[in-house]
Ligand binder design. Structure first.
Ligand code: BEZ
Ligand code: FE
Length: 297
């Protein structure tokens, strides 16, 4: 390695250290990353002080992260990287339902429930009845599909954000299975738009940029079925005030839905509801699983 590296020649010197890698993909990733990082520092004429600030920021992102507080994922989300990677790998254009971010509030161990169950966990709110149809690209039903669903309460908080209040019980989340006609259905309470967590380093960036921290009202779904690609997606309230300024860039036209308001009366599952309620109905189209040949492309 030359001992007289310059502002320009240092980039190739670092890149050459990956020549000995036995993994060609790792080499490609790091060589390209180093190129872009160095080009960035040169382009903005990065100062020592700015570099120290950035290192301190990343240290703090790590320090606040836990198994339920994913600040690095949030950083990727607010910089649009998570959504970009999703678009690269699940490009739109086919007939399948578009994907949307998983987000940090999916948790293992959610209850498995029968169709028609009330998954609100006793949390107060406007009753909401969700009906989904899981189909293949020809419209044929997919029976036996596993459907994870989770959403916030009417104040925009997930159960895991209010452990004491909910006594660490799961609420507003469940795992269902589609019936013989590819349908699943459940009762819960209507969610609400909410801010992404802003009490950590990512909040500092959003405040410094004076940008919106809000996610439009949505429900999450993660659908698995044998023979199909898993689908991670969200349905967004069509008229939400934050529908065009999602803090994590995941809301999209093809996933806008009506949360249809109803006067007290008979709900889709036949139960009588003595207060106003909402209904949400959607067809989720799964893509067939990739074959080995597809994957190598
Ligand atoms: C969510 O929808 O749960 C979410 C996604 C990204 C960041 C924060 C929250
Ligand atoms: Fe969410």
């Amino acid at each position: 390695m030359p001992t007289h590296l310059t502002e320009q020649s240092i980039t190739a010197a670092v890149q050459r250290t990956f020549d000995t890698s036995r993994n060609p993909r790792l080499r490609e990733l790091f060589v390209t990353l180093v190129q872009h990082l160095h080009d960035f520092a040169r382009a903005v004429r990065l100062t020592n002080e700015e570099w120290f600030t950035a290192m301190d920021f990343l240290v703090r992102v790590g320090q606040i992260s836990t198994s339920t507080r994913q600040e690095f994922v949030l950083l990727s989300d607010i910089l649009g990287l998570s959504e970009l990677v999703d678009k690269i790998n699940n490009g739109s254009g086919g007939s399948a339902t578009e994907s949307a971010l998983l987000g940090p509030f999916y948790v293992e161990g959610r209850p498995k429930v029968a169709n028609g169950a009330d998954i609100s966990g006793g949390v107060n709110g406007t009753p909401m009845f969700v009906t989904g149809h899981v189909v293949d690209p020809t419209g044929a039903p997919v029976p036996g599909a596993h459907v994870d669903t989770w959403h916030s309460d009417e104040n925009g908080f997930y159960d895991v954000q209010q452990g004491e209040k909910l006594h660490n019980q799961f609420a507003m989340r469940a795992l269902l299975t589609t019936d013989g006609s590819g349908r699943f259905w459940y009762r819960s309470i209507a969610p609400r738009h909410y801010p992404v967590p802003t009490d950590g380093p990512c909040g500092e960036i959003m405040r410094a940029a004076n940008r919106s921290t809000m996610r439009p009202q949505h429900i999450h779904f993660w659908i698995h079925a044998d023979g199909y690609q898993p689908l991670i997606t969200q349905l967004f309230l069509k008229d939400d005030p934050f529908i065009n300024s999602d803090a994590v860039f995941s809301a999209r036209d093809s996933l806008k839905v009506d949360f249809v308001p109803h006067e007290p009366g008979t709900a889709p599952d036949g139960t009588v509801v003595d207060k106003p309620f909402q209904t949400v109905e959607w067809a989720f189209v799964l893509s067939p699983a990739r074959t080995g040949a597809d994957r190598s492309n």
